[in-house]
Design a protein around this ligand. Structure first.
Ligand code: ADP
Ligand code: MG
Length: 251
């Protein structure tokens, strides 16, 4: 009977329940639980474990270079944004409304940290997220373009709810890159959310994209439904270096 039930559970894709069935029956016997409780607990077990598996899978495909959380972010060091504002982001109503977020500022002010933490939290809420550095994104796009697969590539990319593009502005862009980026932004417009971090202000995007017209067209679409945040202040990286230097000064 038991092997047959397990097979049926696998048939209806309840793999976790199939694996757990014997242990669940033993527990139910030991604790004298009712039939109703038993089926409730098994269904709950299946749902919780499916969620865990999905998060693991989404986290892997998001390709985060590091795991950062909002709890680790020191809002006393970075005061251009409040914890309340960031907690509002984490409701993800902006993803539901296909809005974008653009974080700008000099190095070390926490742009990447906030983007990664937002992405991580989005995955945990069940959104499909993909993280890129601008360099990686451009490399992949150009390979797809040269292989004649750019539209398939874009189609895959657009399966995500949120595309994070980190470090826009470090890489000087040739016209072909600007053009591919423009196509990405156009396809995402009012359809998917983009989160960008950049060390360049919007006024510098003309130079960055090597063409004011294309930069304006990109900004026009990106900013139509978007929040742009400027982070300033000292570099958190340098703060740590200074601290270490101070520690190493002999007394
Ligand atoms: P940016 O992308 O603006 O150059 P990062 O987000 O990469 O800066 O920050 C550099 C390092 O400092 C990272 O390890 C990051 O986790 C940390 N960091 C930056 N700002 C904060 C902060 N306010 N609280 C805690 N850690 C921070
Ligand atoms: Mg960064």
């Amino acid at each position: 009977m038991l092997p047959k039930i397990k097979e049926m559970l696998r048939n209806i894709k309840c793999y976790h329940s199939a694996l757990e069935l014997e242990a669940a029956i033993e527990r139910a016997k030991a604790n004298d639980v009712s039939y109703l409780e038993f089926i409730h607990d098994l269904a709950e077990y299946e749902i919780n474990n499916r969620k865990k598996t999905r998060i693991k899978k989404y986290q892997k495909r998001a390709n985060f270079p590091a795991i950062k959380t909002i709890d680790e972010f020191d809002f006393r060091f970075q005061t251009c944004i409040t914890k309340k504002e960031v907690n509002e982001w984490l409701t993800f109503s902006w993803i539901e409304q296909r809005q974008n977020k653009i974080l700008m500022g000099p190095p070390g002010v926490g742009k990447t940290h906030l983007a990664l933490a937002t992405g991580f939290s989005a995955v945990h809420k069940g959104y499909k997220v993909k993280h890129y550095t601008m360099q990686n994104l451009m490399d992949e796009m150009i390979i797809a373009e040269q292989g004649g697969n750019f539209h398939d590539y874009l189609k895959q990319l657009l399966k995500n709810d949120l595309i994070i593009i980190d470090e826009l502005g470090y890489l000087p862009l040739k016209p072909i890159y600007s053009n591919l980026f423009f196509q990405l932004v156009t396809h995402c417009y009012e359809y998917k959310s983009i989160m960008i971090t950049s060390n360049k202000l919007f006024s510098e995007w003309g130079t960055l994209f090597g063409d004011q017209t294309i930069a304006t067209a990109i900004l026009d679409r990106l900013l139509h439904h978007a929040e742009a945040i400027i982070l300033n202040g000292e570099s958190y990286r340098l703060k740590n270096v200074n601290t270490q230097e101070q520690r190493s000064v002999p007394k």
